[in-house]
Each structure stands twice: as C-alpha cells, then as structure tokens.
Design a protein around this ligand. Structure first.
Ligand code: ADP
Ligand code: MG
Length: 391
C-alpha cells in the first residue's frame, strides 16, 4: 500500500494536454527555460512580463506586457492561459489565489506567499520544526537591540521582502552599527540572522504532483562569489546519508506547504553533517540548470509536468555535471570569445539567455559540462569560461 499523501490536495483532474497554453509569470531566464521545455512537449506558452524582449518572451508564443499585480494585465493573461506558474517569487500571492480558482496555479499561492518573505518563511520553518540558523524578527528599533542581544555578533540583517543575490543585506560586526544598518535598509521589516560557519552550501530541488507524490534531485553543491551563485556541482559530493537527509527535508517542506510544482531548498551544511535551511524558492533554481543535460528529466520539465497534471519524471542523473554562471562582467573587455571556448572543448553546453545589455552581476548565461568526475566537470567549465575573456 502506498503511504497516504500528507497535505490538502487538489481534486484529481484530467491532465492538460497540448495544445493547451501554459502561462508563466515573469520573463527571466528561468521562465525562458520553462517555455522551451513546454514547447518541446507541444504546449503553447504565454509569458506575463514587463517587456517584449524579456528572455522568456523572446521564445514564447505570446507575451502579455504589464505589471503582474495589475488586475487588467492579469485578466488579459488569464484569458489566454489554461494554467499558470511563476519564475520568480515576488508575484502577488492574492492574485495567484484568485487565478487558482479558475485554473491550475502552481506551485500554489501559499508556497509563493511563504517563500517571498523571509519573516513568513522563517516563522513557517520554525513552527514546523525545520532546522534554520538562529534568527529574530526586526521591525522596530527595540527588535534591533533584542536581536543583537539574543544572537550575538556578527549578524546579518536581511530585508524580509524583495532581496536576491545578496541585495538588501548588511553584515553587522559591532552593536553600535546595528541600528545604522537597519536605517540603511530604510527601516523596512527584516530578519536578523546569526552568521554561521558552514562547510558547504547545498540545494535540493523537489517536484511534487497534484496527487501528493514528490520526487527530489540529488543535492547540488553551490559556491557563491560576491553573494551570487558562481558554480554548482551535481551531485554534491556529500555522501548518501547527508544527501538523503537533505532530500527528505526538502520533500517535508513541500508537503508542509502543500506545494504542487517545483520548490528549491537552500541549505547550510556544517562540518558535522548537520543541515540548516537557509531559504526557499517556489520555482526551479539557478543551481538546477545542469539538470537539463545531467538528469533524466530537467527541473523545467518537472515544472511543466506538475503544472499540466502529468506524471513527474525521474530525477536520476545520467552523468555528474558542473555548471558555471556567465555574468555580465565577462562582457567588460568586449564580446566574449565564444569560438575559443567552444573550439577548445566542443562538449561544453553553452546557454545564453538573449539579454541585450550586459551589466556587471547580471546573469547572462551559463555553461554546463558533463563528466564522470564532477570535479573534472567543474575544471572544464571554469576553463571554458576563462577562455571567453582571454585574448
Ligand atoms: P539571497 O536571497 O540573496 O540568495 P541568501 O539568504 O541566500 O540571500 O544569502 C546569500 C548568501 O549569503 C548565502 O548563499 C550565503 O553564502 C551567505 N549567507 C546568508 N546568510 C548567512 C548566514 N546567516 N550566515 C553565513 N552566511 C550567510
Ligand atoms: Mg540564496
């Protein structure tokens, strides 16, 4: 007998089949890769985004241009879409809730609502007994002082909403700096976190179907540079026990949130093998790009399948892999030398997102390399990136 599903589930519905139109809110690279997978499976796609040249809009059948929390824009989008998902977390959760009454809206308004705000996210994780770093809410000067008192120093102050890639964060070393740091964040709602030492940062991407069945990928090992993801190795060489623990936690979070769709859980891994959840993303993740080539089915295919109500795909790997991000900084000396990189290692998989303007820190593309040895995959991917700017 299979175990009973653990959370409120949607009534079983017939899957949406092509040529149904799958809608995605957000026009970035994650939306683009969702659209490409949806198209491969025969679906039509519509993107709700802020410009016709957005990476996802470039490859979709249709784009609805406007702010995603504007009622008229949403109505135009909903008139075209048969189901809707998101590619970033700062989408109006109430709007998703309303859309969800008319069509599948996944991963679900609650998953988005919780993961778009660090205060709600941390409170949810604590309430459900999931491990996090020590943290305190900061919504007043009194709470700034209380956080310093409770957590000690150093600590990190993070805005509750809209932060990404390390934006909206300040590290506080001395007690007298804490109030000033909060002022620099415009005294908006924040969380204060103890600065933890960790051996590694890993992430697990999980997909959960409307029937409650969840599948998790092996963990990704992530290295950041200047708070932006720089490289990922898949699978993370952290051993089967820690991998399984990370997967079980991620599935547990998806069940507790009632997620139907894709959810990413980022962790801090300590030297003793213990895991603490850093943050959640209600969508595929930069660290999961390598699943496109390395896994039996990619995180984007899972997003399509879960949205359409199809059975989920296998998360097993065909090969270990490494991924390196290509940031706008690489364009500083001029157009990167694509020929040199591809000529030196023709097996690298180059992904570019169609962004016209290269800005330092902006994610322009990535390179994936498959190799039986994941460390060698990483070295090859780094070598290819290095060749882009070596003249
Ligand atoms: P973002 O939304 O910008 O990804 P994160 O909370 O993941 O925000 O922080 C970005 C990075 O900063 C993390 O990947 C980690 O390297 C570092 N970091 C964040 N919080 C902590 C912490 N409490 N202790 C130590 N390092 C941290
Ligand atoms: Mg993060």
């Amino acid at each position: 007998m299979s175990p009973a599903p653990a959370s409120p589930l949607e009534a079983p519905a017939r899957p949406l089949l092509p040529p149904a139109t799958l809608g995605v809110i957000g026009g970035g690279q994650l939306g683009r890769m969702f659209v490409l997978e949806a198209a491969r499976l025969g679906y039509r796609t519509v993107v709700l985004c802020d410009g016709p040249d957005n990476p996802a809009a470039q490859v979709a059948h249709e784009a609805v241009i406007g702010p995603s929390d504007n009622l008229r824009t949403l109505c135009r989008f909903a008139a075209v879409a048969d189901a809707v998902t998101v590619e970033f977390e700062n989408v109006s959760a109430p709007a998703l809730r309303v859309l969800g009454r008319r069509m599948p809206a996944r991963p679900g308004w609650r998953t988005v609502w919780v993961s778009q705000n660090r205060l709600r996210e941390k409170s949810f994780l604590a309430r459900r007994g999931f491990p996090t770093v020590p943290w305190r809410p900061v919504r007043s000067s009194a709470e700034v002082a209380a956080a310093v008192e409770a957590l000690g120093l150093p600590l990190i102050l993070k805005t509750a909403a809209t932060g990404y890639d390390g934006k909206g964060q300040f590290r506080v070393e001395r007690a007298v700096e804490a109030e000033h740091a909060w002022q620099r964040l415009n005294r908006v709602d924040c969380v204060a976190e103890a600065v933890v030492t960790f051996a590694a940062e890993v992430s697990v991407i999980v997909a959960r179907g409307a029937d409650g069945h969840a599948v998790a990928y092996p963990a990704c090992l992530n290295r950041h540079a200047h708070h932006i993801l720089d490289t990922t190795i898949l699978p993370a060489p952290i051993g089967p026990a820690v991998t399984q623990a990370a997967q079980e936690l991620a599935v547990g979070v998806a069940e507790a949130l009632g997620t139907v769709g894709v959810l990413t859980v980022e962790y801090f891994l300590s030297a003793d093998g213990s895991l603490r959840i850093n943050e959640l993303a209600p969508r595929p993740h930069n660290s999961g790009h390598a699943t496109i080539e390395a896994a039996e089915s990619s995180q984007y295919e899972q997003q399509v399948r879960a949205l359409a109500g199809l059975p989920l795909g296998p998360t097993t790997l065909r090969s270990p892999a490494a991924m390196v991000n290509l940031l706008g900084d690489l364009w500083a000396p001029g157009e990167p030398d694509w020929t040199a990189a591809l000529a030196a290692d023709p097996a690298i998989r180059l992904h570019l997102y169609g962004k016209r303007r290269a800005v330092p820190g902006r994610k322009m593309g990535h390179i994936t390399v498959l190799d039986p040895d994941p460390e060698s995959a990483l070295l090859r991917a780094l070598a290819a990136r290095h060749r882009l700017t070596r003249r």
